[in-house]
Design a protein around this ligand. Sequence first.
Ligand code: ADP
Length: 254
Amino acid sequence: MSIRFDDQVAIVTGAGGGLGREYALALAARGARVVVNDLGGSRDGGGHSDAARAAVAEIEAAGGEAMADGGDVSDYAQMQAMVAAAVERWGAVHILINNAGVLRDKSFAKMEPADFEFVVRVHLLGSAFATKACWEQFRQQNYGRVLMTSSSSGLFGNFGQANYGAAKLGIAGLARTLSLEGAKNDIRVNTIAPTAGTRMTEGLFPDAMFDAFSPDKVAPAALFLVSKDAPTGQIVGAGAGVFQSSAITLTPGV
Ligand code: ADP
């Protein structure tokens, strides 16, 4: 099955590296015009994070269309400006993948209120703000596909990640509610829950299992979840989800 996204505009947040970059490249390779968002600069072409600009250059070199956006997902006004820039250039936005994220792992005993606020703000509020910024456009055109990024750390818990786990389970709840409210306008909202991060789990899993978490393995599931024929309101595990439910992944240094 080869899913195409011709004539569609997609926004991927946190797409300077890792999973987000993989999503952006895969969408562009299948015909989408892609906004590559990552923190780190102005929207005027002169301060985007190097990583986002590099991803855009890679897409363009392959014959695709993309633009970099340096907006902070936790700033609603910046998300509104990002969506406005995409609509101005390409006339619409059809797909949003909320992927931006940060970690501030600490045992709960050592976790400060600021550690909670920062991580919850970027993940949970960032996902809500970016989605809200697209919502009216989706409603007006009676079409929208949103992918939220949860995590096995949210669904099952993980040491050192009280802040992240809380945000990630919250994201699943946000997605479920939006799938209900969006249904009448064909706005479909799903959640992908990759098994705990890639780099931090290196060495903790057998090689074959570790390989199952790599971005190129997760991207196909994500593409289906933002496609025309996507389901809605689903939470899809990606990676060794069942194993993870009973596993402890210790983050070094917490
Ligand atoms: P993954 O592999 O899951 O994509 P990464 O840590 O590699 O994980 O990617 C998360 C991305 O999100 C990073 O490129 C980071 O710069 C970006 N990011 C972090 N905070 C924000 C934010 N507030 N707004 C936009 N992007 C952000």
